[in-house]
Design a protein around this ligand. Sequence first.
Ligand code: MG
Length: 389
Amino acid sequence: MASSRTSDTVLAPYAAHDAQSRGRRYSEPPAAYRTEFQRDRDRIIHSTAFRRLVYKTQVFVNHEGDHYRTRLTHSLEVAQIARTVARAMRLNEDLVEAVSLAHDLGHTPFGHAGQDALNECMREFGGFEHNLQSLRVVDELEERYASFPGLNLTFETREGILKHCALRNARALGDVGRRFLERRQPGLEAQIANIADEIAYNNHDVDDGLRSGLLTLAQLSDVPFFAEQRRAVERDYPGLDPEALAREVVRRMIGELVGDLIRSSEAAIADARPEHIDDVRALSRPLIGFSPPFVSAQSGLKQFLREELYSHPHVRRMTDNARETIRVLFEAFSADYARLPAKHAARAEAAEAAAGRAGAARVIADYIAGMTDRFALNMRERFEGRIGD
Ligand code: MG
């Protein structure tokens, strides 16, 4: 058994070991001073798509305030949570970091509203899925290296990025798509990054929701998990002011969720007794997961946010405008490819010649998905003639 080391911890035998990686699409000599997964992480951080995340919406549109999460800070929080879990479980911290930082690279401007709108625009042309788009970004769309397209990441990082995938798309993907057809699991590092994403957004959306005033402490106290942590904070720090109370509750919720995730996943692993990452992959159910009380804690938070924050009239106004922006842009580019930058226009022409309108539509979707919020808004204004042109 290979015994790779990470952060002074010997990896568990069923972790993703560098030496057992299924490799890159284009073979490359190993890096001199880094593991394969460190190299993946570094390529992700140096990508253009990563830098754009700072100007993409998580829930609140980027220009609404300087303290709200953006997709970049969200991705950093996911990585931080995932690394804690991975290290505690003797799993590969470099790999969970790479997957976490890359998981939203394909996200459109304007958060979920943007992705839903683009999916609608693309309905006749194969649809739009942001997970799949993240994979497309690292496999094809990033242009940085002379010897291959995309970032040429390892199979394990690509496997982790593709969290969900429609079956028709999975068929076209080959290696990373296969597990969806066979209903199998990815490695444990990918499973951790997936749940770390949920822990991060549920908690930071509560925090941002309170900060914005769209949510109140009184409302949140109807959520049993929040109420329980609030009682504990009030016991430890009587008379805390509401802002400090909220911060402390969120901090404890993350701590409780992470602690349960580690304990409950360790127990599941002890039962399943995998000896190799391929034993994990062969299972029909994930091994990383919460115990039943924490499954309901997590889903209680999620449901509350869906009802009270994501559908709040203020957020709705933002999302309606976002949908309209994506639709205007998609129609404008579809009507005249010359409105795209020259390189993309040439690609759209070539794709149309090769694959008809669906080919050109994909080039347009790629271009729109890559936009930051403000770039998309400025471009819409230009098309609508509000600022000269
Ligand atoms: Mg995410």
